[in-house]
Design a protein around this ligand. Structure first.
Ligand code: SF4
Length: 182
């Protein structure tokens, strides 16, 4: 439609003025999602201790709306994988990921979860992205709580900017298919 055919009308009484602004549905949903991501802490070793500090009063992950830990995958939005993941444990991690409802996101916290870390051995998974998709990688062995918060804030930026419908997009379906996840 050409722009000269668009008629702008005035808002009805009571729907203008201070306290009102126009925005996109994507932005509102993204803002709400980004500031209420419930974490599922999948902690297997030392990096998990750093996350405990991140939850405590000094760093206070509640400032980001993420203080409500969920140990049920059904009620979690953000899977935080912290620690060494052995190859034996990989199917369990994948099962937990699959049980999470959409939309869901993953942070690999620390060197072990991101790449296997110093454990370049036959028994250790060389990065959780071998079995599940990862949105943010936090470096360090261990990462400090500030780095974990930085990872959460980076994920918030991703969540704010992605489309409400991203989860139904072809690109996302292709990503899941590449992991053979239905
Ligand atoms: S990255 Fe370092 S601190 Fe974290 S789980 Fe591995 S060995 Fe422990």
């Amino acid at each position: 439609m050409s722009t000269d055919k668009i008629n702008m009308v005035d808002a009805p009484d009571g729907y203008t003025g201070q306290g009102f602004f126009a925005t996109k549905l994507d932005s509102v949903v993204g803002l709400a999602r980004a500031n209420s991501m419930w974490p599922l802490p999948f902690a297997t070793s030392c990096c998990g201790i750093e996350f405990m500090a991140t939850m405590a009063a000094n760093y206070d992950v509640a400032r980001f709306g993420s203080e409500r830990m969920s140990f049920s995958p059904r009620q979690a939005d953000m899977l935080l994988v912290m620690g060494t993941i052995s190859k034996k444990m990989a199917p369990i991690l994948r099962q937990v990921y699959e049980q999470m409802a959409e939309p869901k996101w993953v942070i690999a916290v620390g060197a072990c979860a991101s790449s296997g870390g110093v454990f370049d051995t036959y028994s250790v998974l060389q990065g959780i992205d071998k079995v599940i998709p990862v949105d943010v990688y936090v470096p360090g062995c261990p990462p400090r709580p500030e780095q974990i918060l930085d990872g959460i804030m980076r994920l918030q930026e991703i969540v704010k900017s992605e489309s409400v419908y991203r989860r139904g997009s072809e690109a996302y379906k292709d990503l899941l298919n590449s992991y053979n996840i239905k």
